[in-house]
Design a binder for this molecule. Structure first.
Ligand code: ANZ
Ligand code: ZN
Length: 873
């Protein structure tokens, strides 16, 4: 394979990234360099970036994410793996629909235009994607299978419809999952304060997998601890008891979930969530009005408002009474806002002496406080001592009938057993995780493939009728129900089962469904007859390295893990976890000018309006604060990838984002450092063009390498192989690209400074530098590789191997002591580590002679002073 060289790359010209990058971006696809190999004799490596939402433009966060994954993919190819490195589009979702309302363009048109634009930008970065596996979740040949998977869930009893109080986003006019409401009770997308509304909705039963999703976090040894912790907290496992409190004058009982059955003798009231079906039943006639008013008030509060720590707890008595089955005592039944209907049983036993929240509430409402656990050191201080706050720790039980004197932690189990025996309770495990609400009243998503028949109920769309395609002629108003509901010709269909006139489901699926399985489809992206060929997907999966933003630590990763487990249980997959290793890359931050004087919201000033030497508000002249903050449009601190590529080339942009910070840390965008990388690539360019002009042998004469003639040659070879070792190690230990690139700079300096430019070793050094530059700056590396006379692509070449012999430069003198006294010296390789030094010393003649059968008690090595001391009897 020969490659025509154009003028730009003649050995005498300057580094011209634009020409080089355009040339190779055209040539590589022609040569099929980035295609996924089909042979299976090599170990596999699946490198994946979280696929983007096609918003229209690439931002620096994308550039960083994709460059990291690309470097990882390229290194693995050179290290002998067959690599799958795909890219696609998370292409359904609200912005397309909002754009449609605003600009009167169809969401599909808007989306595909954006995809085309972003694809072109991605291509300019030299990312080694196999574009043959490209997919877009909004395309019918993808969402056909999203729908098919939904039907798998339906068949497995894991998809169901129920009436639910849902999170309603009043701006986007849609329902949101709990995960899409932030900690302030706002919509993750529109920022609106989320309201509660009762609607019939579709759910996926993720709670069936709660325990496995929690337990299997232990298998994810390649995940950041903090992400695993976030998932564990989200799943929120609590171990405790279910206890029943009979209601006075009724047959029914109030079931509560408690993590502290050991406090049951201290219950002084029971609380129902206002929405609890028992609330109206237990309420006495004279209290009905007040209770109704209270229920209405609470209904408008978000979960967050109801449970906020700093807010006073509100509640009222219902007039009804229950009986504590352990004591036989009558206790009042209350309703409060802080007891949530959706958690546990929606009812709580109030133990003010031992629960902080109950303590506050009881004090405010003058409810009795009864101590049943005392600190171990205060055992005799029992009964009615005045608590200043709830005693929430374990201790010794008092006022607790036959359990008095027991250790409260140990008594938990005994109390549960007692309750079980008497028939008023049992052990219970409770998860905070709720079922996943997946229906959206929106157009631009995959239609839920079911038909509602007045006779048969919910009927799945038969597989041969998939996909249920989105109708094209739809009016986008952005109001109320799904726009699909207005398209009568689409909605009205005969029931597939009995033929009766029936109606299609008009809700579409949450887009997080689309992204919960795309990584499986990439393994067999063009399969028209199946969701994927299991053999292929089982071969490539799990993803060996997944790279993406920390913002997906809960939602996307938990849902994907859930999907994998369900599809495994449906017999489609043979593994438990989708992502072997996870790298959450840090944010890209830009220089941010803020005027803090403005009351309320800080005012951000675009940098082009500011003199960096004297930053002032251009309007008011007030001094500005300068900081680094995550790049965003609203802060005017972004840098467009396109600008950087136009000015310096993609290779410089790539080198900069890899060099500036370790991948998981935040990165401060700094033009001076970008220029630094550009200068480095220019130096490499000159170094190698000089080499070509003066030498230009592409082959390394192996026979001359192993026996360097002079000390200088030896030193150079040492520098080369140290670089190989260091770069390889840096990549193996959590992809420390920043230090790897520093090592390349050192190697480049060593090659520049050396006197032995005519030796075979120098040629080896030039080769090594280009090879190791290739994953980071793929275009310049390819150009230089060809320039020194290679025909095959550098990206098909093998990663250089470190020759350990070359790491040994010369010898040093090691002092041998016995009991602190110098007994002799030996020559040892200078690179030896302390263990090796001890070994050399022990094997030396000096020590053999002196020890003479005596026992060595200890060997002390002081590598800095080059001393080994033997302590003998
Ligand atoms: C009595 C008790 C005594 C409790 C005590 C705690 C301490 P986690 O760990 O979050 O699972 N609880 C149960 N269901 C609730 C609901 N729907 N809304 C609000 N609170 C609820 O917490 C479990 C504890 O939270 C339960 O244990 C219950 O209060 C409360 F000294 O029962 B506990
Ligand atoms: Zn029917």
């Amino acid at each position: 394979m020969t490659i025509e060289r154009n003028d730009h790359s003649s050995p005498n010209s300057n580094y011209n990234p634009k020409a080089i990058e355009e040339k190779w971006q055209k040539t590589w696809p022609e040569q099929g360099i980035d295609q996924t190999p089909t042979e299976t004799d090599k170990p596999k490596f699946y490198a994946l970036s979280m696929f983007p939402y096609p918003s229209g433009n690439l931002h620096m966060g994308h550039v960083r994410n994709y460059t990291i994954t690309d470097a990882i993919a390229r290194v693995h190819r050179m290290q002998g793996y067959r690599v799958l490195h795909p890219m696609g589009w998370d292409a359904f979702g609200l912005p397309a629909e909002n754009a449609a309302i605003k600009n009167k363009t169809h969401p599909a048109k808007w989306t595909y235009n954006n995809i085309a634009q972003m694809r072109a930008e991605l291509k300019r970065l030299g990312l080694s994607y196999d574009w043959n596996c490209e997919l877009a979740t909004c395309s019918p040949d993808y969402y056909k299978w999203t729908q098919w998977i939904f039907l798998q869930f339906l068949q497995a009893g894991l998809a169901y419809q129920k009436e639910a109080a849902v999170n309603w986003d009043p701006i986007d006019q849609t329902v949101l999952a709990n995960e899409q409401v932030d900690s302030e009770g706002r919509s993750w997308r529109s920022g609106a304060i989320v309201e509660k509304k009762k609607l019939r909705q579709w759910f996926l039963k993720i709670t069936d997998y709660a325990e496995e999703l929690l337990k299997d976090l232990d298998k994810l040894t390649g995940w950041p601890e903090r992400v695993k912790l976030m998932q564990a907290n989200w799943i929120g496992k609590s171990v405790g008891a279910y206890l029943e409190f009979p209601i006075v004058g009724m047959d029914e009982k109030i079931g509560v979930f408690t993590t502290r059955p050991d406090t049951v003798y201290g219950v002084t009231y029971v609380v129902l969530a206002p929405e609890h079906p028992l609330t109206p039943k237990v309420t006495t006639p004279e209290r009905q009005e007040e209770v109704k008013t209270f229920i209405k008030e609470v209904a408008n509060q978000s979960e967050l408002e109801r449970t906020a720590e700093d807010k006073p707890k509100r509640g009222i008595p219902t007039g009804g009474k229950a009986i504590n089955p352990f004591t036989g005592e009558e206790i009042p039944i209350w309703i409060t806002d802080y007891v949530l209907f959706e958690y546990g049983t929606g009812a709580v036993m109030g133990v003010p002496a031992h629960d902080g929240r109950d303590f506050k509430f009881a004090n405010e409402q003058n409810l009795p406080i009864k101590v049943v656990i005392v600190p171990p050191e205060n055992e005799d201080l029992n009964l009615h001592y005045e608590l200043e706050e709830a005693y929430t720790h374990p201790g010794i039980m008092v006022n607790s009938g036959e359990f008095n004197g027991s250790n409260s932690t140990e008594a938990k189990q005994a109390i549960i057993e007692y309750a079980e025996e008497k028939g008023f309770g049992k052990a219970r495990v409770q998860y905070r995780l709720r079922d996943w609400l997946i229906s959206r009243q929106r157009y631009w998503g995959a239609p839920i493939p079911v038909i509602h028949c007045p006779k048969c109920g919910i009927v799945p769309v038969p597989e041969q009728d998939l996909p249920v395609q989105l109708p094209e002629n739809v009016e986008f108003t952005g109001r109320g129900a799904s726009p699909l509901a207005q398209v009568e010709s689409w909605v009205n269909v005969p029931c597939p089962s009995c033929g009766t006139p029936a109606k299609r489901e008009t809700d579409t699926m949450d887009t997080f469904i689309d992204s919960s399985w795309y990584y499986l489809r990439f393994c067999d992206a063009r399969n028209a007859g199946k969701v994927f060929d299991s053999a292929k997907t089982n071969d490539w999966m799990p993803v060996d390295q997944y790279v993406g933003g920390i913002e997906h630590a809960i939602l996307h990763l938990l849902y994907s893990r859930f999907f994998t487990k369900v599809l495994r249980d449906r017999g489609l997959l043979n593994f438990d976890e989708p992502f072997q290793r996870l790298l959450t890359q840090g944010m890209v931050q830009g220089l941010t000018y803020t005027n803090p004087q403005k009351s309320g919201n800080a005012k951000y000033i675009p940098s082009n309006l500011v003199n960096p030497n004297d930053p002032k508000d251009p309007e008011t002249g007030e001094p500005l604060e300068v900081s680094y903050q995550t790049m965003s449009k609203s802060k005017y601190n972004g840098v467009a990838p396109e600008q950087v590529i136009n000015k310096y080339g993609a290779d410089t942009a790539r080198m900069f984002v890899l060099f500036k910070a370790p991948p998981e840390k935040d990165l401060e965008w700094d033009e001076a450092d970008v220029e630094g990388q550009f200068r480095f690539l220019n130096r490499v360019w000159r170094l190698i063009t000089d080499f070509v002009n003066n030498h230009s042998s592409a082959k390394v004469d192996k026979s001359k390498l192993e026996n360097p003639e002079s000390k200088k040659e030896k030193d150079l070879r040492h520098a080369i192989h140290t670089a190989i070792k260091e770069v390889t190690d840096d990549l193996e230990s959590d992809y420390q690209f920043n230090t790897a690139i520093s090592e390349l700079m050192k190697l480049s300096n060593a090659l520049t400074d050396t006197d032995c430019k005519n030796s075979a070793i120098y040629t080896e050094g030039i080769h090594t530098l280009i090879l190791m530059l290739a994953p980071f700056a793929p275009h310049i590396a390819e150009e230089l590789w060809q320039l020194i006379g290679n025909n095959e692509s550098v990206h098909k070449a093998s990663w250089p191997k470190c020759d350990p012999a070359a790491l040994v430069t010369d010898e040093i003198t090691l002092v041998i002591q016995i009991n602190g006294k110098v007994r002799g010296t030996i020559e040892v390789p200078s690179q030896s580590n302390p263990e090796e030094l001890k070994k050399y010393a022990r094997e030396s003649k000096v020590i053999q002679r002196f020890i003479n059968g005596k026992q060595i008690k200890k060997v002390i090595c002081v590598p800095k002073r080059k001393v080994v001391n033997f302590v003998i009897e």
